[in-house]
Design a protein around this ligand. Structure first.
Ligand code: GAR
Length: 209
């Protein structure tokens, strides 16, 4: 059984996609074993509890604003469930090497742009404001550089002339739910590896099954 931990901060619609399509999918031998949330009032917590998944809250404020201390507590909790993969699915806080070094090449992040375009916390609004014609979704390995690790899956999303933040965000979320599910399933099937000759490259054996 492949063990997945999910880190969230807000609505948790991507967590829900993983619950519906991976956790509850008899064809994928994987389970979400813990959800860690950075906010104590996030709707994502209710989604985890409704699915009987252990949910823990670790706020930055409760650790005096010290990210390393916060990540130390996240690592302590994650080690209790020995995850094979840690998925940042709408985790809106910068993580430190305390977390990344504890789970090398096992922490992935979902980001709402075609990285390296539009990194940061407001990428959907930034892409609209910039007048881009195309944006997209990236699932990438997390590294210390914010939104900087090598991509695992990317998918473009056109920006339409009449798009508002709401209409674009809605289309983006649909793509996010699909490609995050796909990426996590590929990991669980052992089909994602670093290229041994070019470490910035991820080899993804996406046979379409
Ligand atoms: C998603 O759009 C995700 O890509 C974004 O937060 C949203 C969470 O939605 N993450 C980032 O911007 C990370 N820099 P959700 O809580 O409904 O899954």
């Amino acid at each position: 059984m492949y063990r997945i931990a999910v880190m969230v901060s807000g609505n948790g619609s991507n967590l829900q996609a993983l619950i519906d399509n991976v956790h509850r999918n008899a064809r994928v031998d994987a389970q979400i074993v813990m959800v860690i949330c950075s906010k104590d009032d996030a709707p994502a917590l209710e989604r985890a509890r409704a699915a009987d998944i252990r949910a823990e809250v670790v706020t930055l404020e409760s650790r005096g604003g010290d990210r390393q201390r916060r990540d130390g507590e996240v690592v302590r909790l994650l080690r209790l469930v020995a995850p094979d993969l840690v998925v940042m699915a709408g985790w809106m806080s910068i993580v430190t090497p305390v977390l990344l070094d504890a789970f090398p090449d096992k922490v992935i992040n979902l980001h709402p742009s075609l990285l390296p375009a539009f990194p940061g916390m407001n990428s959907i609004a930034d892409s609209l404001d910039w007048g881009a014609k195309v944006t997209g979704v990236t699932v990438h390995l997390a590294e210390e550089t914010v939104d900087g690790g090598p991509p695992i899956l990317q998918e473009p999303v056109p920006i339409l002339p009449d798009d508002t933040l709401e209409t674009l965000a809605e289309r983006m979320h649909g793509v996010e739910h699909r490609i995050l599910t796909r990426a996590v399933t590929l990991f669980a099937q052992g089909r994602v590896h670093r290229d041994p000759t070019r470490l910035r490259r991820m080899i993804v054996n996406d046979g379409g099954s």
